[in-house]
Design a protein around this ligand. Structure first.
Ligand code: GTP
Ligand code: MG
Length: 240
């Protein structure tokens, strides 16, 4: 069994309505129809998120049975909050409407899959990506090509069919696959990014230290991966 952390509470439509009414659309507000559409759409995103996490649980279970190995350490999932959705659309200069969310935002439903080893990241993501009922919309491999600040993770946007009375609605879910070490690093880097009251020199110093940490963690991961491969009779990986 995998531990799944839900980073949001299950939606209650009265709560959603209250929050939507409070969203300021430059003087105007969401109308009743927009609110109903929005709630319906969020329900679809939630369904898509559960479909993908169930697929991941099934894969993890199969690995346990066949190889006595748990590739997934734990998962986290969340629906983007209304405030973040509106904030992101505004930042990008896009209209704030349900159609605009559908057309422009691919991370309303998000799952983070934290794996034990780097091999697990690629095997789990490859098995998921090859499933015939879902589509891969976009892949960003920040493990092979880390970001300048040292951030590493594999991001894949899937489109998954959610079946409603009106038929199949292909709905995007952003999945971030990473190892425990990558997750540990990303949490601290995220905290530093939102710590706005640090003096510039401190911020620069911490950013540099974090970059060094990212490289050290990468080396540690390769060494530990190799021990794990050796135990399981798999070929070794080169250090990068
Ligand atoms: P936005 O969604 O607008 O940010 O653009 P994008 O979809 O092109 O972004 P990308 O796929 O690069 O990253 C999306 C998510 O990955 C972010 O919301 C974060 O959760 C995570 N992420 C990306 N870069 C970083 C980083 O440098 N540090 C940390 N801690 N997380 C990151
Ligand atoms: Mg994104």
């Amino acid at each position: 069994m995998i531990v799944i952390l839900d980073r949001h509470n299950r939606m209650s439509s009265s709560e959603l309505q209250a929050r939507l009414r409070a969203v300021d659309l430059g003087g105007s507000q969401f109308g009743v129809d927009d609110i109903t559409n929005f709630i319906d759409q969020m329900q679809v995103y939630e369904g898509a998120m559960y479909e993908i996490s169930t697929k991941l649980e099934i894969l993890d279970g199969e690995f346990q049975v066949r190889f006595s190995h748990d590739p997934i350490h734990h998962m986290e999932r969340r629906l983007k909050s209304i405030n973040s959705i509106v904030g992101k659309l505004e930042r990008k200069g896009l209209p704030v409407s349900v159609n605009s969310i559908r057309d422009n935002l691919f991370d309303v439903a998000g799952i983070r899959v934290i794996c034990n080893y780097r091999d697990d990241v690629y095997s789990v993501s490859n098995y998921l990506s090859s499933q015939s009922d879902i589509q891969v919309l976009r892949v960003k491999d920040y493990i092979k090509n880390p970001k300048q600040n040292g951030y590493r993770s594999l991001h894949v946007i899937y489109a998954v069919p959610v079946f409603l009375s009106s038929g199949a609605h292909y709905t995007p879910v952003e999945v971030q696959f990473r190892t425990i070490a990558m997750d540990y690093w990303a949490s601290l880097e995220h905290a530093l990014r939102y710590k706005t009251d640090l003096p510039d020199d401190k911020l620069a110093e911490h950013s540099q230290t974090l970059l060094d940490c990212a490289r050290s963690l990468q080396n540690i991961e390769v060494q530990m991966q190799n021990i794990h491969r050796d135990i399981n009779g798999a070929p070794q990986v080169e250090e990068t």
